[in-house]
Design a protein around this ligand. Structure first.
Ligand SMILES: NC(=O)c1ccc[n+]([C@@H]2O[C@H](COP(=O)([O-])OP(=O)(O)OC[C@H]3O[C@@H](n4cnc5c(N)ncnc54)[C@H](OP(=O)(O)O)[C@@H]3O)[C@@H](O)[C@H]2O)c1
Length: 321
């Protein structure tokens, strides 16, 4: 599998990370193991989860995803072959309120380590930008974990470009670890101009963030979540619950047409083109993929073998209403 350097860490990470959000809830344990095994079989090693996945699913309490990963790694004996990313900050009612206080970060890290059955997390994210806690408190807590060896690298998620730069500047000033990446909602279709946060709290990668990541490509990278937009590229429309009204309708039609045209020429599917464009475009970014179906996961993973030419990338970039 193709890999992408994780910013200043120098770590080479699978360009297609496996989104494990619904393991242990919507996706039962047996199927989760099968999907994980398949991902690893094709050379993938980057697993993405969070402490709160997936408490919102009926019957879910939060923590199921980490627990499944912990048991799977224990059973396969492969912790050292896996690059493990998890997150802290969103709420997990009724036990854990939202926030990034030092206490929450330290306690939730211990909890994640226990659930994951490991002694370290490779990439620990602040799941959102908690503006009620000073950035310095958040960064100092991460510094404590990195110095203790329980966390290797830190990243942020759902954070605006100016806040990212402020945090990274503060880290540089104080000698604390720096965010090496941001995990943001991003795909090929574009939100309307001016949308910096979706109604459900997801933060899209804005043009400004793309510019920031391009200018800082030697030490910072974007990890794109919801890259396949819940199957939008197969359905030809944005599915319910994915904030369709916050996307630009005319731009979307032009972009669907560009994908159709290129799919006809290359034989690749629209999903594969979207993922290859994220991995190989400007800036190159890591994309998370997930599906409960073997066939659909395989289709996404096959995108790792698709090489787009500079001309094809430019055509996709330029498609616009
Ligand atoms: N940082 C954050 O705030 C944040 C937020 C959301 C997600 N994430 C991360 O990103 C990962 C992916 O998130 P996501 O679920 O929103 O990703 P997504 O790429 O938008 O959606 C995956 C969904 O697309 C559907 N899909 C994929 N291929 C399809 C096809 N060929 N035809 C029809 N449907 C298809 C899948 O349905 P089936 O399962 O039925 O195939 C699945 O429900 C998560 O697991 C999590 O790790 C992070």
């Amino acid at each position: 599998m193709r890999s992408i350097v994780l910013g200043h860490t120098g770590a080479e990470v699978s360009a297609l990370g496996l989104g494990c959000m619904y393991f242990g809830t919507l996706i039962d344990e047996r199927r989760s193991y099968e999907l994980l095994d398949r991902y690893v079989d094709v050379g993938g090693s980057h697993l993405d989860t969070a402490n709160n996945y997936a408490h919102w699913v009926p019957g879910g309490a939060g923590g199921e995803s980490e627990q499944v990963l912990g048991r799977w790694m224990r059973q396969r004996g492969n912790r050292d072959q896996v690059f493990l990313a998890t997150k802290v900050g969103f709420n997990m009612p009724p036990r854990v309120p939202a926030g990034l206080s030092r206490q929450t970060i330290v306690e939730q890290c211990e909890n994640s380590l226990r659930q994951l059955q490991t002694d370290h997390i490779d990439l620990y994210y602040a799941h959102y930008d908690d503006r009620s806690t000073p950035l310095e408190e958040v960064l100092m807590a991460f510094d404590e974990l990195v110095r203790a060896g329980t966390v290797r690298f830190i990243g942020c998620s759902n954070m605006l470009a100016w806040r990212i730069e402020r945090a990274r500047g503060s880290s540089r000033q104080h000698g604390w670890p720096e965010y090496c990446c941001v995990q943001q909602r991003h795909t090929y279709l574009r939100p309307k101009t001016g949308v910096v946060k979706f109604s459900n709290g997801h933060v899209p990668a804005t043009g400004e963030l793309l510019d920031y990541a391009t200018a800082n490509a030697e030490d910072f990278v974007i990890v794109a979540y919801s890259a396949l937009l819940g199957g939008a590229y197969v359905r030809g429309r944005i599915p319910d619950g994915r904030q369709a009204s916050e996307y630009d309708e005319r731009d979307m039609r032009a972009r669907f047409a560009a994908l159709d045209e290129l799919a006809g020429e290359t034989g690749a599917t629209a999903n594969q083109l979207v993922l290859a464009h994220l991995n190989q475009g400007t800036p190159p970014m890591i994309a998370l993929v997930s599906s409960r179906s073997h066939e659909r996961l395989q289709e996404a993973l096959d995108a790792a073998a698709l090489q787009l030419t500079p001309e094809q990338l430019a055509r996709l970039d330029q498609a616009s209403a």
